[in-house]
Design a protein. Structure first.
Length: 91
């Protein structure tokens, strides 16, 4: 089975993709995220900016630290953490 067909069979795959397409273009949704969560990471019900900022001091200052982001999402929270810590994103 090719990758496109495999992805289409995943539960709620199309709905998830539609949500993030909407989130990227909706000024109303960006405004909602900023008001509800303190920042626009295209949230659909997770940590607010205060909670995310509270973990920043626990990220080691050593450049050898590795953070593995496995999960649902668009990577915007990880991008914010990278911006705040100065670490590079490696894919």
């Amino acid at each position: 089975m090719n990758d496109d067909l495999r992805l289409k069979k995943l539960l709620f795959y199309d709905e998830y993709e539609q949500f993030y397409l909407m989130a990227e273009t909706s000024a109303a949704f960006r405004s909602f995220c900023r008001k509800a969560f303190g920042a626009d990471f295209s949230q659909d019900g997770f940590s607010d900016i205060g909670q995310i900022d509270r973990i920043l001091p626990y990220i080691p200052g050593d450049r050898e630290v590795h953070i593995l982001d496995i999960g649902c999402g668009n990577g915007k929270v990880l991008g914010y953490i990278q911006e705040k810590t100065g670490y590079m994103k490696i894919q």
